[in-house]
Design a protein around this ligand. Sequence first.
Ligand SMILES: Cc1cc2nc3c(=O)[nH]c(=O)nc-3n(C[C@H](O)[C@H](O)[C@H](O)COP(=O)(O)OP(=O)(O)OC[C@H]3O[C@@H](n4cnc5c(N)ncnc54)[C@H](O)[C@@H]3O)c2cc1C
Ligand code: SF4
Length: 454
Amino acid sequence: MTASNQDSFHEIKPPLAVDQALAEANRCLNCYDAPCTKACPTHIDVPGFIKKIGTGNLRGSARVIFEANVLGASCARVCPTEVLCEGACVMDDVTWKPIQIGQLQRYATDFAMARGILPFTKSPVKKPGRVAIIGAGPSGLACAAELLRVGHEAVIFDAGEKPGGLNTYGVAEYKMTPAVALAEVAQLQKAGVEIRSGVRVGQHISIAELETQFDAIFVGVGLGRIGKIGLAGENLDGVVDAMDYIAELKIDRAKAETRTRGRRVVVIGGGNTSIDVVTQAQRLGAAEVHLVYRRGPEELPAYAHEVELAKQSGCRFVFLSQPVRVVGNGKVEGLVVQRMRLGAPGPDGRRKPEPVVGEELTLAADLIVPATGQEARLDLLKNLPNVKLDRNRPVVNSDMQTSNPKYFAGGDCVSGGQEVVNAVAEGKRAAAGIVKFLQNRQSTVDGRQFGAEK
Ligand SMILES: Cc1cc2nc3c(=O)[nH]c(=O)nc-3n(C[C@H](O)[C@H](O)[C@H](O)COP(=O)(O)OP(=O)(O)OC[C@H]3O[C@@H](n4cnc5c(N)ncnc54)[C@H](O)[C@@H]3O)c2cc1C
Ligand code: SF4
């Protein structure tokens, strides 16, 4: 790896220095009914933790963050704060800029990591009821921590070689490196979270075995690969699934660089994953990077601030273009796209793209990366007994409980793909639901009704 390349993969936002953090903390108005806290899916007491930074109580500040979100360190880096807490900050007007909540959160949680302050304390009092958690991504980790906090035993089974889910294998490196993601998981493990890595449920251990060994099961398996997109020629050498491309970059940078450096890369999609791919391909030294999207710039679903970053890094956007086939001779040579125009709005209110007959264009390419949406992990989900699925996602109630009361689910496998902070919030909610379920179950032992434990 070259030095310049290594630099280009450093976390893009440098941490705040002490004086910057103090100045920023002292700008906060400590709003009553803080809109920033409401906008955070985990409801971190934002003015509470910022005030503690202002008074130099960093330990206390980190505690306030971890109380609501045990993955506060990664969320500080990867959250789209522009549309969550900072987007809701009352200081976001023409004169002022919103408080840099993400950066302040990072300041406090970095301090906690450096001092070995653990994100939660395991209850010394054990409660009956063991819980199996499938998946060591943000949702599973948050669920485990909340269960341990109240005294239930929880064991996470994860198919990956390393834990962390997409925090480790997916999120763009310029936001968070795998080292940071793994250091955060290590803190959770120190606090008592047990993770059995390299164990794929359904392969290395069966669902039936989990059922006999555990009293409740949380499913936090996220989503899978992009899968086939149905283009002629997509089996040619040089067509790479976005999830594989991103994971390769995280696991083996040199290999990803060899695949990309000096190559013409075409990415298909328009969501945040496609933007991550184009930005990272550019940083890996691609000769040129095009993003092909079938609608126009106004319809692009990716976050505006990330699109801007992609533009700044040199990506060219090819709007109103529908991929029709991959061309090449054994190896990819190009992507043929059909020009589109926007027609009448469809049932979702968005104007539907329709072909402009006779207008096709070939984009020269050595590497084509489809990034059009991840598939559900049906290999597991379809085998969960009596768990109803709707559009390939487990149907859950407000406690994240599925149609089989013993099974709870949360994170991307339920939402269809949101943010790390949403997965954490759902893992927490599921833990609260599981606690209720286990208490009710306990109170009916021997057929006698005792009422729920207080
Ligand atoms: C490319 C990309 C970039 C992203 N960037 C951001 C970002 O910048 N900011 C942000 O907030 N969010 C981002 N997200 C979204 C975020 O990563 C996810 O919302 C979040 O990780 C979901 O957490 P999860 O726990 O539901 O699932 P995952 O993080 O997907 O974790 C699921 C875990 O389940 C395990 N698993 C799967 N099947 C099995 C099985 N059968 N047995 C055992 N274990 C299994 C997997 O190994 C994995 O560790 C990004 C997503 C992608 C795809
Ligand atoms: S909205 Fe902004 S100013 Fe108000 S408490 Fe939150 S961070 Fe502080």
